[in-house]
Design a protein around this ligand. Sequence first.
Ligand SMILES: [Zn+2]
Length: 243
Amino acid sequence: MTQRIFKAEGLVLRTRILGEADRLVTLITWEEGKFEAVARGARKTKSKLAAGVDLFTHGWFTFHRGRTWPIITGQDTIERFPRFRDTPDLYAYGLYLAELTDRLVSGEEKCVEICQLLLEGWKLLDGDVDRTLLCRGFELKLTASAGYSPHLHSCVNCGAESTAGFSPSQGGLLCSRCQRADLIKVKPGTLALARRLIEAPLSQIKMLRATDWQKKELSSIIMAFFAYQLDLGEIKSRRFLKD
Ligand SMILES: [Zn+2]
């Protein structure tokens, strides 16, 4: 980001009140990464910008480089996901995907893969999909794209193929010889599902079937991985999800 005026395709992850009439918008953009920008006057009812900087907006944004934050000077909406605003359940899931992305992505580097993943996640949520499974798939793919994937193919310590469970402190599977006190037992079907979720495009989630037990097991491994390896603390919007 060196030019004074620049344009970027992006997704709105978060907006906050700034002063009397402005909004501070957190965006993740395909080419410029994640950053905050000011939408001047966006809290006034007559503002042209107001709807264009709402949470979940996918669009093209024009910025002028300000002293502290870039200032949004123009905006073209591609998609707004209006159903998210009308359906509290959907809103909670959409917000969760946004918050998790915000927490896992830090800098102003290109985020092509992550932007596409989040957009795909919102699009799938907007249709007919197993929302719980979608969240698990999104969590695994996002951690992989951000470079923090859990090790789910063999024992993370010795490489043995036969494994006894998942160790949050080791960030992966351990065999019976290497196992530690924090080992969480995982059924082979759940592991196969986790690997499939990481490798397949998110859109294939519609073709996957998972039992409630597998979804529960997967959730406990991922949450333990987030807590131990990524130090994410509480992800506030997760409290509003059904499961
Ligand atoms: Zn081992």
